[in-house]
Design a protein around this ligand. Structure first.
Ligand code: C2E
Ligand code: MG
Ligand code: MG
Length: 338
């Protein structure tokens, strides 16, 4: 039995080692690409921006979805090697989208907790914003709730730095984890993305419907833009719209698309152009305003604490001004009381 276990362990270990080696080779050979999925203003049906979703373009296996390699990249910290590529490729493509006349669309990227621990993250971000002349109000970082572990005060410090660049922050997969309320309280989060599992549960049982409508209400009370992920049917869309959900993303509108197909989709969707031919401001500096914020250690909140924290925030712990863009997307400037 002992021998069998050790043989099994060895097998798992060597499989993992081979996979890690394969990932290192793929990074060296630039085998990763992005597909972009539109985020939709549910009232107008127009895109407000895109989410960049990574794929591994494997030479023999074809396109591999992120959940098959991102966890391993995070575990081995190889994901940090991807950060410059993530910023560079997404900003280069956003530049092309803006230059094609779609000047008010934003790009959103997924940042994992491991990347937040990389001291170079903010410098890398600043470097590419400058290189591609991207106004920070058109760039968003998505933080996955499940990746936000407790006891990571350094993450918060890094997020505060990202916040100070006036980069938009959104909470991804809202409802799937436990730490969100601390981040909602302490950071200038602008958008809540309701986890797709919740979208798939509606219309459905009374319980599921109550949970989703409460999430929408919470987001709206906190003056956040609320997006429902994973919309696949007209029924889901109608239900969400009837409850005031602002934004949506899902196969019902568009799958994640390579850049050339995204342009075709924009045409087909009759996406409004800003009308201005954008000049590339290669030297444009992102506006940086540093706000001193508490880097207090987030603690795992009990449900009671969470409720009172949310109440406090909703009751005026947050002073916000929300500007609506032409497309009704909230661009907020937020000041949170200490
Ligand atoms: P996510 O950020 O929550 O991204 C949304 C996922 O939902 C994407 O899966 C998207 O293809 C999928 N999706 C969107 N609409 C629908 C729908 O209507 N039905 C269904 N069944 N699925 C839908 P994808 O591309 O496989 O990405 C999975 C996760 O991998 C992402 O979840 C994100 O957490 C992670 N990920 C992707 N790219 C990156 C990246 O560049 N960096 C990091 N750190 N994580 C990434
Ligand atoms: Mg995401
Ligand atoms: Mg998500």
């Amino acid at each position: 039995m002992k021998k069998l276990l050790s043989v099994l362990k060895e097998k798992i270990f060597s499989k993992r080692y081979a996979f890690e080696k394969e990932l290192r080779r793929a990074i060296k050979n630039n085998e990763f690409i992005f597909h972009y999925q539109p985020e939709i203003d549910l009232k107008t049906g127009q895109a407000t921006g895109f989410e960049a979703l990574m794929r591994w373009n494997h030479p023999t296996k074809g396109l591999i979805p992120p959940m098959e390699f991102i966890p391993m990249m995070e575990e081995t910290k190889l994901i940090n090697k991807m950060t410059p590529f993530l910023f560079e490729q997404s900003m280069k493509d956003l530049r092309a989208i803006h230059d094609a006349g779609y000047g008010d669309l934003f790009m959103s990227v997924n940042i994992s907790v491991v990347q937040l621990q990389d001291k170079e993250l903010v410098n890398t971000l600043k470097h590419y914003l400058k290189k591609y002349g991207i106004d920070t109000k058109y760039y968003e970082c998505e933080l996955t709730e499940t990746s936000m572990m407790e006891d990571l005060p350094e993450d918060l410090a890094m997020l505060e730095k990202v916040n100070s660049l006036k980069i938009r922050l959104s909470l991804d997969d809202f409802g799937s984890g436990y730490a969100s309320f601390n981040y909602l309280r302490q950071l200038d989060i602008q958008k809540m993305k309701i986890d797709r599992e919740f979208t798939w549960s509606i219309p459905g049982s009374k319980e599921n419907e109550t949970i989703v409508s409460t999430m929408i209400k919470l987001g709206k009370d906190l003056n956040l833009a609320v997006l429902a992920e994973g919309i696949e049917t007209k029924e889901q869309l109608d239900w969400l719209m009837a409850r005031g959900c602002d934004l949506g993303q899902g196969f019902y509108f568009a799958r994640p698309l390579p850049l050339n197909e995204l342009f075709k989709w924009l045409e087909k969707n009759k996406q409004h152009k800003t009308g201005k031919a954008k000049s590339v401001k290669k030297t444009a500096k992102p506006s940086v305003s540093v706000k001193s914020k508490s880097s207090a250690k987030p603690t795992m909140a009990s449900s009671q604490k969470v409720k009172s924290a949310a109440k406090k925030v909703a009751k005026g712990g947050v002073k916000q001004s929300t500007k609506l863009s032409a497309k009704g997307t909230a661009h907020k400037s937020t000041t949170k009381k200490k």
